[in-house]
Design a binder for this molecule. Structure first.
Ligand code: HEM
Length: 131
């Protein structure tokens, strides 16, 4: 079976934060224009902002997971599922934000990162509580 070290989550996390900063920089080029993407409170603008934040927040959570993994009492396969789920969720969330900002019909895509992140963090919390 494919085995992925949690070190991948740590490196991925730092890369994802970097991408989040770059997206923030892109936002920064136009956010002073009152009507950009329909204005500050428009649905697309809010989703693009959410995407920017999710890169950073989910990058941080992947690093945190990697740092906690040694104390997470899970079976190797459960740890693998958690590791993969945290990355799938971190990729899926900004992707769903961006696509839904572009076309509202993509909103159902959010089910993928939400289910993936609930699975990942659910397993991690269970492993940490088991101690
Ligand atoms: C190089 C780093 C960053 C840049 C260039 C950047 C840029 C931006 C810009 C331009 C906006 C406004 C977007 C808009 O008006 O639609 C924004 C919003 C936001 N950013 Fe960042 N950002 C950076 C880092 C961060 C970090 C580290 C965090 C948190 C951990 C963060 C959290 C947020 C939040 C919560 C908002 C929404 C604020 C609001 O509701 O107006 N950003 N960012």
């Amino acid at each position: 079976m494919f085995a992925m070290s949690v070190a991948v989550n740590e490196s991925f996390g730092w890369c994802w934060i970097l991408v989040g900063f770059l997206v923030g920089g892109w936002l920064g080029l136009s956010f002073n224009k009152p009507d950009w993407l329909g204005g500050y409170a428009s649905y697309p603008r809010r989703l693009v902002r959410l995407g920017h934040i999710s890169f950073i927040g989910l990058g941080l959570l992947n690093i945190l997971f990697a740092l906690s993994a040694a104390r997470c009492n899970l079976e190797p396969q459960q740890l693998q599922i958690a590791a993969i789920a945290m990355i799938v969720g971190a990729i899926g969330m900004p992707l769903a934000c961006g696509l839904t900002a572009w076309r509202a019909a993509f909103k159902p895509l959010f089910y993928i990162p939400v289910a993936s992140l609930l699975t990942g963090v659910g397993l991690i919390a269970y492993g940490m509580v088991r101690g």
